[in-house]
Design a protein around this ligand. Structure first.
Ligand code: BDR
Ligand code: CA
Length: 314
């Protein structure tokens, strides 16, 4: 007997790597996407919600419900990343205007209502951007926290430290106060930090495999990753670009590709110098109780094989 698909809400700020993650989810029968909620992050909300709709349409799934969530972090001004993702957030291929409508309900209300309606522990939140929507939902409706199955999020780093400041990763840095609320919430959290996403690196062969699918989604993924790659190659001298956000969805589908440790992770919200740092007790040197499964290793070949096969299904 095949298992029922896992119900997920994708919270996202597309972003080329977010786009690939959304496509992976929409292509995979193991998950059922209840909705996609946009948040301000890589680019402002007006672009992230638009990009989310474009990606659902280009995946051939215009029936997917897309919501707009928060347009700025809880306490701080918005920091964006056009230098990485381009002015639209999805620079690379020329994209059509979306035709599918944005849902009228606010994304935070959608998260709250869905978690209250669906059975206990049956909905997983997949967070691919700053945690503003999720933390706002927790503040407004703490009763939803024990109802969540898991939160699988891309954010933070330990050995890899930071990609936006010397010690902070972008998603956590943009809204550290939201991250603090989520990590202290008591929900079951799985973290995909830079330590693992920097192992999900594109290469000319891996990009060629997407192009060789000879489908529209395959071409788009190849062109997005091509665009995204130039930034990391120039900045870090790396061989390719890290496909950060698809790690979240891949973990749901093939967790055996990943390994990590259950540890304590706290978020720095006070210091100007280290704001947004994920203080991860990897060596368990404190008595602080574990609150997150912190992933650090990946079977990259298996990951890209999965991704290519799934994009080929769209
Ligand atoms: C994260 O920041 C964004 O730029 C990417 O989409 C990813 O979610 C990596 O630090
Ligand atoms: Ca993202």
């Amino acid at each position: 007997m095949t298992e029922a698909p896992r119900k997920i809400i994708i919270d996202t700020d597309p972003g080329q790597d977010d786009a690939v993650a959304i496509m992976l989810a929409l292509a995979s029968p193991e998950v059922e996407v209840l909705g996609v909620v946009a948040v301000a992050g890589n680019v402002p909300l007006a672009l992230t919600e638009r990009n989310a709709r474009i990606v659902c349409e280009l995946s051939g799934k215009p029936e997917t419900r897309v919501f707009a969530g928060c347009d700025r972090p809880m306490l701080r001004p918005l920091v964006t990343a056009e230098q990485v993702h381009g002015e639209t957030g999805l620079d690379g291929p020329t994209l059509p205007e979306p035709t599918m409508a944005l849902q009228s309900q606010h994304g935070v209300d959608f998260i709250i209502e869905t978690l209250r309606r669906e059975p206990m522990h049956s909905v997983t939140l997949c967070a691919l951007g700053p945690l503003t929507n999720i933390a706002t939902a927790f503040q407004r409706a703490p009763d939803i926290i024990p109802r969540i199955q898991q939160i699988v999020l891309m954010g933070g780093a330990y050995f890899e430290l930071g990609n936006v400041t010397p010690v902070a990763e972008f998603n956590i840095y943009v809204d550290p106060h939201a991250a603090d609320i989520v990590f202290k919430s008591g929900a079951c959290i799985i973290v995909m930090p830079l330590d693992v996403t920097h192992k999900a690196l594109t290469s000319p062969q891996r990009i060629a495999a997407f192009r060789d699918l000879k489908t529209e989604p395959g071409r788009l993924v190849a062109e997005w990753t091509d665009f995204f790659e130039r930034f990391d190659k120039q900045k870090y001298g790396s061989d390719g670009a890290p496909l950060h956000d698809p790690c979240v969805i891949a973990w749901l589908i093939r967790p055996e590709l990943f390994q990590g440790r259950f540890i304590n992770v706290e978020i720095e919200t006070q210091s100007e110098l280290t704001l947004g740092m994920t203080v991860a007790d990897w060596w368990r040197v404190t008595e602080r109780p574990g609150n997150a499964l912190f992933i650090n290793s990946l079977d990259a070949e298996g990951f890209f094989a999965l991704l290519t096969e799934r994009i080929g299904r769209l």
